[in-house]
Design a protein around this ligand. Structure first.
Ligand code: SF4
Ligand code: SF4
Length: 336
């Protein structure tokens, strides 16, 4: 016999679980789970409630950002967020109320909320070239893009967290921010110096998520940890903003390997953008298939998960990757 005390299950759990179309339990990647109730009744294409994580509790990262939900401007507190008693609920409500005040003030100034607090950039979509493929609407973790009656993406700036996952997803490369775009990162990649084959120095490009992996690199530096000099670092807003064209650009330029450092994904995810890190992993698996077809070692493209507190792993990750590239030998596309 199991007795559940009041508050151990949120009222929002009293409905039927709904998965996105074409997704079933057990799939490697489930973009969101929604419970059909009539508690919030929001106007999102994914449904009227906030996505849940487990047992009907809102999908929110309890380690890095409690109170946040995947619906911008809605903060969960008390036994809606996790099982807790009255004193903890009072404390929790204070935290959530402070988050809500911050959200109102930031939104009033046209700025983004957590985690890119203060960002004033907005996504710009060159709609004339849109193929209505729906990748952006389906992959946005925060439901910030609906569709109009002609299936064009309908962007809602006040919901947007500026993660740029839609930019990474768009196959037409027509989504960009004024200060972050496919071209901007592509130009950085194309300007990385690649040593010639005769120099016997491998070159690896490391795309680093700014939320955990980049601070981990900083921590490694502050602690004077030594690692291979053959890597060049390109920071990203989120690993999920990675557009595959950057990987193709790097490899066709003769770079020997591409490594992505992102947050932990899966059940205990720590991705600040909920699904960005997992989406990056899925996109990379598609590159691996293409590399195999081109008879290029798929191990030249790799993803690693890291948190700030694991900064001591940085040298081992980078050194091991570069050693592997040395074993593969120079990228055959070098010099073309
Ligand atoms: S930047 Fe992120 S939150 Fe904003 S629309 Fe794109 S995927 Fe959604
Ligand atoms: S991903 Fe790009 S092409 Fe596809 S619907 Fe969105 S904007 Fe249009």
């Amino acid at each position: 016999l199991v007795v559940l005390a009041t508050g151990m299950v949120p009222v929002s759990a009293l409905g039927e679980e709904v998965l996105p179309p074409g997704v079933k339990l057990g799939d490697e990647f489930i973009p969101y789970v929604m419970i059909e109730t009539d508690v919030l009744n929001l106007g999102y294409r994914q449904g009227g409630e906030s996505p849940v994580l487990i047992y009907g509790y809102p999908d929110s990262n309890f380690i890095c950002f409690p109170y946040e939900t995947r619906r911008t401007g809605i903060y969960a507190a008390g036994s809606i967020r996790a099982p807790m008693d009255i004193p903890s609920t009072v404390e929790d409500a204070t935290g959530a109320a402070l988050k809500a005040i911050q959200c109102i003030e930031l939104t009033d100034r046209g700025e983004a909320v957590h985690p890119r607090v203060g960002d004033t950039s907005y996504i710009d979509i060159f709609l004339q070239k849109c193929t209505q493929c729906k990748r952006c609407t389906e992959e946005c973790p925060f439901g910030a893009i609906n569709e109009d009656e002609k299936a064009n993406p309908l962007y809602n700036p006040t919901r947007c967290r500026r993660c740029a996952i839609c930019m990474g997803a768009c196959p037409e490369r027509i989504m960009s921010f004024k200060n972050y775009s496919v071209d901007m990162i592509g130009t950085m990649v194309k300007n990385i110096e690649v040593p010639g084959e005769e120099e016997e120095k491998p070159r690896a490009v490391v795309f680093v998520c700014e939320n955990d992996a980049y601070p981990a690199l900083d921590m490694a530096g502050l602690n004077r940890l030594q690692y291979t000099p053959f890597v060049r670092v390109v920071p990203l807003r989120c690993a999920g903003s990675m557009n595959l064209v950057w990987v193709a650009d790097a490899l066709s330029k003769g770079v020997d390997g591409v490594l992505i450092l992102g947050c932990q994904y899966g059940d205990d995810y720590q991705c600040h953008m909920a699904t960005g890190s997992h989406l990056a992993k899925i996109r990379l698996s598609k590159v691996a298939e293409t590399l195999d077809r081109l008879k290029l070692e798929s191990g030249r493209v790799q993803m690693e998960q890291i948190s700030i507190s694991e900064y001591y792993k940085i040298p081992e990750i980078l050194d091991t990757f570069v050693e592997k590239l040395k074993e593969f030998g120079p990228n055959p596309y070098k010099g073309f």
